[in-house]
Ligand binder design. Structure first.
Ligand SMILES: NC(=O)c1ccc[n+]([C@@H]2O[C@H](COP(=O)([O-])OP(=O)(O)OC[C@H]3O[C@@H](n4cnc5c(N)ncnc54)[C@H](O)[C@@H]3O)[C@@H](O)[C@H]2O)c1
Length: 356
């Protein structure tokens, strides 16, 4: 069912593939979907009929003044060019992850958006997941104590992509969550990879991030794994938390406080698996799309804006470099590259007029 709200921004979705269909469904439910587009006319026609909106060319959509925003859910190799073209046509843009394939491109998108006074939002979906946001709150409220180590696993058998490696496909989510949790950029990135399947594209990668505050993060992404695993484990000085997105909603976040007692100079192992954290259920994609509409309506910077996207791409570029050279890459705090050190920008503090 679609919500009919006259004040809703009007949004066109470019790319009616596996993920685009979810975005179209939610934007339709929110009463914002106004047109669809795909280079495959059959796909665009199917969704045009399903949602009773026109299937149009990208060019036609950009020429329509009533279209406020463009959602780009095409392969990553097209994100930068489609995003720049849409900004030049004076549209707000939401680009699926990864924002682009070079951090420099994220900066160009950011600069153009600033000139055009338009929004760039990147689809780092987990930032709109209420379980991740509860985990972040546990950290902010001091329940976890000092962060020590973060482990992220994002593993599955496929979907294999030819246009990018598993690093650029899966890791944006984990890098985005890690930067938001730590609230900083790493000062060193090292990574190793494997390409067992076709011997050209990386199908498995381990990335290690070291932060100035001595926090370490270990990210493992793979397309060559026998089952789906999407887990983030956070070890703090007071408690450990496990966000397991493959569990039923009520089991997605478990918290294990440290045992109170030490035995023979060692902490006694947990007597139980941890306690469930009760969180109100909501659909992350609905939260994400609603956020894009709110930002357009209220002239706000998205939580995952071009700067956040640029920070993520900077880490991915460093990981790619480390994989190629087999050496760690030191990241300068990149004031000279125009990237904010702040990984998580509170919505209320940054409006479009602000300098980023
Ligand atoms: N946020 C998430 O959790 C999530 C999950 C899956 C995919 N994604 C992202 O969504 C994007 C799309 O992935 P997918 O799995 O849907 O891919 P897909 O290959 O299933 O779909 C891409 C669609 O884009 C169309 N297309 C290609 N170039 C186009 C162009 N220039 N103009 C219009 N249409 C064009 C293709 O015909 C295809 O229908 C990728 O960036 C991917 O990383 C995000």
């Amino acid at each position: 069912m679609s919500v009919n709200n006259k004040n809703n921004p009007k949004i066109a979705v470019i790319g009616c593939g596996n993920w685009g269909k979810n975005l179209m469904r939610v934007l339709h439910q929110l009463g914002a979907l106004c047109a669809v587009c795909d280079t495959d006319p059959n796909k665009a026609d199917d969704f045009s009929k399903q949602y009773q909106v026109p299937a149009l060319s990208f060019h036609n959509i950009l020429s329509m003044p009533e279209v406020d925003g463009i959602v780009i859910a095409t392969p990553s190799t097209t994100h930068f060019e489609l995003g720049m073209t849409a900004l030049k046509a004076n549209k707000h843009i939401f680009i699926e992850k990864p924002l682009a394939l070079r951090a420099q491109h994220a900066q160009s998108l950011h600069q153009l958006a600033k000139q055009q006074r338009k929004i760039v939002m990147v689809g780092h979906l987990l930032q709109y997941h209420s379980v991740f946001n509860t985990l972040k709150k546990l950290k902010q409220d001091g329940v976890l104590g000092q962060l020590q180590t973060i482990y992220c696993n994002r593993l599955n058998f496929g979907k294999f992509r030819s246009e990018e490696s598993v690093l650029w496909d899966y890791a944006p989510h984990d890098v985005s969550m890690t930067l938001a949790l730590v609230g900083d950029m790493p000062n060193q990135v090292s990574a190793v990879s494997a390409n067992h399947l076709d011997h050209t594209s990386v199908d498995s990668a381990r990335i290690h991030l070291h932060f100035e505050s001595n926090i370490q993060a270990h990210l493992f992404v793979s397309w060559l794994y026998p089952f789906k695993e999407q887990k983030m484990i956070v070890v703090g000085s007071k408690a450990m938390a496990v966000f397991d997105d493959c569990q039923l909603w009520e089991n997605k976040l478990m918290l294990s406080p440290y045992p109170a007692e030490w035995v023979d100079g060692l902490p006694r192992p947990f007597p139980y698996a941890g306690e469930k954290v009760i969180i109100e259920r909501s659909e992350p994609l609905q939260n994400e799309c609603s956020h894009f509409l709110d930002c357009i309506r209220e002239n706000l910077q998205p939580k995952t804006n071009a700067i956040e996207g640029c920070n993520v791409l900077t880490v991915l570029e460093a990981a790619s470099q480390s994989m190629a050279t087999r050496l760690p890459v030191n990241l300068p705090y990149p004031a000279e590259q125009g990237i904010s050190k702040q990984a998580d920008i509170p919505l209320s503090e940054v409006v479009l007029e602000g300098t980023l």
